[in-house]
Design a protein around this ligand. Structure first.
Ligand code: 6R9
Length: 658
């Protein structure tokens, strides 16, 4: 890319933390100075949140960059830290998981129950021949057994590889093969959109292709008919009959904990490898700091799927290591109706809610009257993750969910970073709608130009992390070279530039006049229009700021005169007329609205009104597929698409405007 990203929009609204929350906050403003004065000592203090059977000799070994070792020589057991120690401290009766099935069935799992289940599952895996270092694939719906299975692997030092329950045979098989997994843990099926969907047939097909799999453990969730092979064992006939006694053994701080595959835009999926001591330190610390968690009184709910890194770090490892009480929900937000999320918040008196911009925009589209029907007064902190949150979606979240009381923490991080890196602190930061604000204490982030020089306030460029952090990925499973090439060869020492190793996140960002960070989306998505780099995020946010728009996705399509031209796919809000002339009028108005908000250079060449947008299971817009539509190509890889019918809907219902 020849020049830095444009810096088009400006936002002046600002919201200081509520005084009572600030006064009682877990982390105060001093933390920034403490961490800046001695970063490693700061992380060492965070590691002391955990129970170690052997302390470390060295905080960080960075002698062979970019391969980091944290808390070198330390030993701990991750499952012990997430379960046993809370029971030993007398909190066995505390609810760990309020589980809500989609059809309305519920389960309450206390920390004592969790200890029993995790111990039984650890014993079963051991009986099946799984030993420390082996890989176990997990392909489950959002049921408590998903967390149990992950913790059971951690307990015996095995490495889990969770694959989204919605992924295809192909996706599952390539992940099993790449990790050379020995066992798969799955279920007959799960509930989605009001009916049971099957999982086992996908596993059967994948296992038939993967010689490494010796056993398949099957949880009975729906009771549907399943085919049975000699590798299959029912969970309730093995795990639930196993001994509940299991002594957790300590493992080295760098023992692998999990592999999680990120699809990326090209090439085969990357198996991101995380280890134990540093990962648990940072997930535990950030969950406490960013959400201001008070484990005795808060009810926390993260709406992510366990198959996404957010589910790993902020449903399983962060919250459970902190002894939190949380809600886990199996299904979709509109089953049986569009109030389901708010009904759950009301029912369990959820105090901390962590969700994604895609859901917030969907709720905006469904209408303000839906959340208004519920008592949401228990909420005190709201979080967002997964994509840049448009300022208008942020304001809607604050107004209609937070009822103008609760701070919003917009948390930037990645599968690769393992835990939150950039976020406001709810008791400290005066937030700006749409900004993730600043790096957390202990984290060093910056925005640089293409010569790796930090941009001044007011400038835009590439987001980088300039110092190693405890929960950083250790490598790409089986491919150290790809790890170096992907993340470390753009800037700094890995690019033959100086002796500092600089991590390139792949995102564009800008620093505003106060130094707050604004994430601008993946740099692969940046558009080059008449020589100007324009971020998709800013044009999308301009569209969403129009009252007729619920959601927008913007791509750059090849254009003979401007190089690339801006093409926008826009979902109108529910009550907006779009038939015939009304649609044409709206398109004209929206093009002018963007030009007025961001400047004429950002005026879309074309706006299409669509009923839906293609998204991944974790809710990210797949702009790559929209680029294919905008350039009249056949669609590329659609295996990670959440709902394959969406692309047909878009192609058949297009209304174009020039
Ligand atoms: C946790 C997670 C990582 C990519 C990341 C960025 C985008 C995540 C964001 C955000 C702006 C935020 N992203 N959080 N962009 N603001 N608060 O999402 O991990 O699935 O690996 O995706 O998601 O583009 O690089 P992962």
């Amino acid at each position: 890319m020849s020049e830095t990203l444009e810096n088009l929009s400006s936002e002046t609204r600002q919201f200081p933390p509520p005084a009572d929350l600030a006064a009682a906050a877990n982390v105060k403003a001093e933390a920034y100075e403490e961490a800046a004065s001695d970063r490693l000592a700061y992380w060492e203090r965070q590691a002391e949140r955990l129970s170690w059977t052997k302390s470390w000799d060295q905080v960080l070994d960075w002698s062979n960059p970019p391969f980091a070792k944290w808390f070198v020589g330390g030993e701990l057991n991750v499952a012990y830290n997430c379960v046993d120690r809370h029971v030993e401290a007398g909190n066995g009766d505390r609810v760990a998981i309020h589980w809500e099935g989609e059809p309305g069935d519920t389960r309450t799992v206390t920390y004592a129950d969790l200890l029993k289940l995790v111990s039984q599952a650890a014993n079963t895996l051991t009986e099946l021949g799984v030993v420390a270092g082996d890989r176990v694939a997990i392909y489950l719906p959002m049921i408590p057994e998903a967390a149990v299975a992950m913790l059971a692997c951690a307990r015996i030092g095995a490495t889990h590889s969770v694959v989204f329950g919605g992924f295809s045979v192909e996706a599952l098989a390539t992940r099993i093969e790449d990790a050379d997994a020995k066992v798969v843990i799955t279920a007959d099926g799960g509930y989605r959109r009001g009916k049971p969907s099957a999982l086992k047939p996908t596993v059967d097909e994948a296992v038939a292709r993967c010689a490494s799999i010796e056993h398949v453990l099957v949880v009975r969730r729906t009771g549907q008919e399943v085919a049975w092979t000699e590798k299959d064992k029912w969970w309730h006939e093995t795990v639930e009959r196993a001994s509940p006694e299991h002594q957790a053994q300590p493992f080295d701080s760098e023992q692998p904990l999990f592999i999680l595959y990120t699809s990326g835009t090209t090439g085969k999926p990357k198996g991101i490898l995380h280890t134990t001591g540093g990962y648990l330190t940072q997930t535990s610390y950030t969950h406490n700091a960013v959400f201001d968690l008070k484990p005795e009184s808060d009810v926390y709910w993260c709406t992510a799927d366990i198959g996404w890194v957010t589910g790993h770090s902020y449903i399983v490892y962060g919250p459970l290591s902190n002894g939190a009480t949380q809600v886990m929900y199996e299904g979709t937000p509109d089953t049986p109706d569009r109030g389901r999320f708010w009904q759950i918040v009301d029912k369990y008196k959820v105090s901390i809610l962590y969700t994604a911009p895609t859901l917030i925009r969907t709720m905006m589209k469904w209408g303000d009257d839906i959340p208004a029907k519920y008592d949401l007064s228990s909420l005190r902190v709201l979080g967002s993750v997964g994509e840049p949150i448009n300022p208008e979606a942020w304001m809607w979240y604050r107004e209609h969910v937070g009822r103008e009381r609760t701070p919003i923490v917009d948390t930037w991080w990645q599968t690769e970073t393992g835990a939150v890196m950039i976020s406001p602190l709810p008791g400290v930061t005066a937030t700006k709608p749409g900004s993730a604000m600043t790096a957390l204490p202990g984290v060093n982030a910056d925005v640089v130009d293409d010569t790796a020089t930090p941009v001044p306030n007011g400038g835009g460029g590439f987001l980088v992390l300039t110092e190693p952090w405890p929960s950083m990925l250790r490598t790409i499973w089986g491919d150290d070279q790809r790890f170096i090439d992907t993340y470390w060869s753009r800037f700094g020492a890995g690019a033959g530039n100086g002796d500092k190793w600089i991590y390139f996140a792949g995102d564009g960002a800008k620093k505003d006049q106060d130094g707050a960070l604004w994430l601008l989306g993946r740099v692969d998505d940046v558009m080059l229009v008449s020589g100007h780099n324009i971020s998709t995020t800013e044009v999308e946010s301009a569209l969403v700021s129009h009252p007729a728009v619920a959601e927008a996705a913007v791509v750059g399509a090849t254009d003979p005169t401007t190089g690339q031209a801006i093409v926008a796919f826009t979902i109108p809000r529910g009550n907006v007329a779009t038939d015939g002339d009304a649609g044409e009028e709206l398109i004209k108005e929206l093009r002018n609205h963007v030009a007025k908000t961001l400047g004429p250079i950002a005026k879309p060449r074309q706006i299409m009104l669509v009923p839906e947008l293609p998204k991944t299971r974790s809710g990210k817009i797949m702009r790559r597929l929209l680029r294919d539509v905008a350039e009249n190509r056949s669609l590329g890889d659609v295996t990670t698409l959440q709902d394959s019918a969406v692309m047909d809907l878009i192609s058949s219902g297009l209304k174009t405007g020039k």
